[in-house]
Design a protein around this ligand. Structure first.
Ligand code: BG6
Length: 503
């Protein structure tokens, strides 16, 4: 049984129910599966079914070609319980409902609670569940899935972890980070640890620097109120991007058991050099905010004009951070990570920049600044691209870069699961590999906290403006040692020309 708190909210209809529907179609849901929505809206079971399934705009196209009886098999497993005015209430009635459904549908007391409410309610809900005896595992397992944000700072994250752990044990708590549900993010592990050609090079001897870009073309849309209290560093960097960083940085785990992998990720996050002094943070970070502009002939609002945003807001919509990792493997290798809204395109990729060959034989090759790169595209046009040198036909040894690429789309036969689909299925099966552990979240906050503090209170802190639709403030390029610019990718993986002979 999946009990969703905050079931009348957008996430349930937009992400959770479509993910469940995909699992239903793929016959991956157990036959005796039920969903119980719980929130403060006054709705009947039927209203809830209409809202999240039958009349949901997120399922509309999928349902068009399906028989009503088939859709009903899915929709009729949805139920709703009105919690009244407050989440902080006695869950006796909820318990009764859970027990009735459990008896009727033989769910064997196996329950996942999904908290899709404002984070301020997480602890309250966990406590009330515990008070109603809904956390005990003597008759079936109980798991608590928590959405981000996990805290607002190191201190609040610790308090939240501690609070939840009063009522649920750590192995019962599943902190969802939807980036870990992405196939391409998981593939970082496979690229590194299932090949013998990359891992020997995956260190300071061969890698010059690592660049990670997460760009979105949209602005803050209708989430201005939330976003203005959060900003790019909290919204994307502390969680999704540091998760990607941990997979790039980590040492090989002994095996693929969840705790083996999570232990290595925590170690990786703990090895990030925390920037303590203002000067370092000043030199190694850039924050920006988009300002009004015109994109493809259309006027686009600046961040401060967005609904729900303070007109004098100093919340960043762009964050670029340079940092080092203090361990044997990565000593002195700079990492550059940026995330932003209102960029020219939506793209997330990791670029491994290899060092120039130590001894250059082909002096006039034009090789400088054309070092080998491994581009791991998280989204869109998911795939992997390797850039390497080839000889230009003709006299002498002129070298150009060519592309060697792999695209997920070429695996047409394979169904690539949506992030939430995979994560919900894993949680049902008790596999926490792709969920963040308490110490992992805290290690990430430990790195982010001093930057946030400096940005909030430090002297000489700058907020740079960038026109909506460009690659952020111009001076962000100055962050990159040596080559002095970011790779600004297009929507296609092999977007830059590379070299080829066409006839
Ligand atoms: C969410 C952030 O966690 O991730 C959003 O809160 C952001 O601001 C979203 O838009 C991006 O997710 P994706 O999967 O579209 O890259």
């Amino acid at each position: 049984m999946l009990v969703i708190f905050g079931a009348s909210g957008d996430l349930t209809a937009r992400k959770l129910v479509p993910a469940l529907f995909n699992l239903f179609i793929a016959k991956q849901l157990p036959e005796n599966f039920v969903v119980l929505g719980a929130s403060r809206s006054d709705m009947t079971d039927k209203d809830f079914r209409r809202k999240v399934v039958l009349e949901s705009k997120y399922l509309k196209e999928r349902l068009e070609d399906l028989k009503d009886s088939y859709i009903a098999q899915f929709a009729n497993r949805f139920f709703y319980e009105d919690l009244g005015e407050d989440y902080d209430t006695d869950y006796g009635r909820l318990r009764k409902r859970v027990e009735d459904l459990n008896a009727k549908y033989h769910t064997e007391g196996n329950i996942m609670y999904y908290l899709s409410t404002p984070p301020t309610l997480y602890e309250t809900i966990a406590k009330n569940l515990a008070d109603a005896g809904l956390n005990t595992q003597n008759n079936g397992w109980k798991r608590l899935i928590v959405e981000k944000p996990f805290g607002y700072s190191l201190d609040t994250a610790k308090k939240l972890n501690h609070g939840l752990q009063q009522h649920f044990t750590e192995p019962q708590i599943y902190r969802i980070d939807h980036y870990l549900g992405k196939e391409t993010v998981q593939n970082l592990l496979v690229t590194r640890f299932a090949n013998s050609i990359f891992e020997p090079l995956w260190n300071r001897n061969y890698i010059n620097h690592i660049e990670i870009t997460n760009a979105e073309s949209v602005g803050v849309e209708k989430r201005g109120g939330y976003y203005d209290k959060s900003g790019a560093l909290r919204d994307m960097f502390q969680n999704h991007l540091l998760q990607i960083v941990s997979l790039v940085v980590m040492e090989p785990p002994i095996g693929d058991e969840p705790e083996e992998i999570r232990n290595e990720k925590v170690k990786a996050l703990k090895s990030l050099r925390i920037m303590q002094d203002d000067q370092t943070i000043y030199d190694h970070t850039i924050r920006g905010q988009y300002v009004a502009s015109e994109i493809n002939g259309e006027k686009v609002k600046g961040y401060r004009e967005e609904e729900g945003v303070d007109p004098n807001s100093t919340t960043e919509t762009y964050a670029a951070i340079k940092f080092f990792v203090d361990n044997w493997r990565w000593k002195d290798v700079p990492f550059y990570v940026r995330t932003a809204k209102r960029m020219p395109t939506k793209v997330t990729e990791v670029v491994i920049h290899f060092k120039t060959p130590h001894h250059q034989i082909f002096k006039d090759s034009g090789l400088s600044n054309k070092d080998n790169k491994l581009v791991i595209r998280i989204q869109p046009d998911e795939g992997i691209l390797m850039k390497f040198g080839v000889k230009v036909p003709g006299q002498g040894f002129k070298v150009e870069r060519a592309n060697l690429d792999f695209y997920y789309s070429s695996l047409a036969q394979t169904h690539v699961m949506e992030a939430y689909e995979r994560l919900l299925l894993d949680a049902m099966q008790g596999d926490a590999t792709l969920y963040a552990r308490a110490d992992e979240v805290e290690a990430a906050w430990e790195f982010v906290d001093p930057i946030l503090n400096y940005w909030e209170k430090g002297e000489d802190v700058r907020m740079y403006g960038y026109a909506a639709g460009v690659w952020g403030p111009e001076n962000a390029d100055e962050l990159i040692e040596g080559i002095g610019h970011w790779r600004n990718p297009g929507s296609n993986l092999a977007d830059d020309p590379g070299y080829c002979v066409i006839c």
